[in-house]
Design a protein around this ligand. Sequence first.
Ligand code: GLA
Length: 355
Amino acid sequence: MLKVYAPGRAELLGNHTDYNEGYVLSLAVNRGITATGQSRTDSKIILHALDLKETYETTLDALAPIAKPMWPNYMIGVAAQYVKAGHRIGGFELSISSDLPMGAGLSSSAALEIATALFLQKAFDISIDPLTTTKYAQAAEHQYAGVKCGLLDQISSLMSKAGCATFIDCRTYQVKNIPLPAGASFIVANSGAKHELVGGEYNERRTDCEAAAHALGAPFLRDVTSAALEAGRSKMTDRQYHRAKHVVGENERVLAAEIALKAGKLAEFGQLMFASHESSRVDFENSCEELDALVASAKKFSGAYGSRLSGGGFGGATINLVDPAKTDAFIAHLGKLSPQCLVTPAADGAHLVCA
Ligand code: GLA
């Protein structure tokens, strides 16, 4: 039996920057998906979601997306990429279980894709580099879930290191594991509001960002400075301008945050988080009442350095940077606003548990 594990991720800073070839800071959380299984000698694929008590069966030559349930799509979507790339995989049986809250903005879908990818590589002795692995997982998300995501979630789930923030340059895909200073406690506060990634809003944001870059004659918003955006404002619609303003600002904030992190300046880092949320709320419009209330509450708490929505938005969770001595008091302070708080260290990325 093979057992692999892939964690969820929290986005620390750099919202919707990944598909704009920008910068992101994230970490792997200490919750994730465990996948246990083995290869088969025939072409059957048997998948079990242990928590849901559901089983889905198909065969290697029938890997098209399915309407319902959703969860097998993330697994067969990954298997399909290996087949498409010409890797020799056979049938397999794989059981998944999770301690990662679903729809909380912690990217359970990427964890499931990465766990499946690692399992397939081990089960069928396939050797590919980590970046290609994340791209297979991303392709599954694009083709089987219809979300035109970047690579933030998949890279964070696979390449993060314990005790470190994960800095990703989404143009070169250089990943730096930056040691976190002492005195940083991360709390994910789930708002309980629905996370509407599957569907229109996310892809619409992407289209607006691409249109804004195009209007400025830039390949991506990564190539646009705040000054260039202001100078070219009249070349785009008002909505495109506001979307672009968020992304351009986020890129600048991530670069500033990297410096603050390396200097151990948590208060400065936290201010950038608050600014990021404000920009989401006003310009990118991917926040919601529940997330705004959580961030407003964090702002009032002395000992909370920063707080912002984490991930796609439209619900899900906030990520909070808090003085470790005040962790419990902070959770009590949020009270009913967050039905579920998760204190997480920066954890290791996906790995083989046993062969
Ligand atoms: C989701 C996507 C990521 C990224 C974030 C927003 O998590 O899957 O690729 O775009 O939203 O930063």
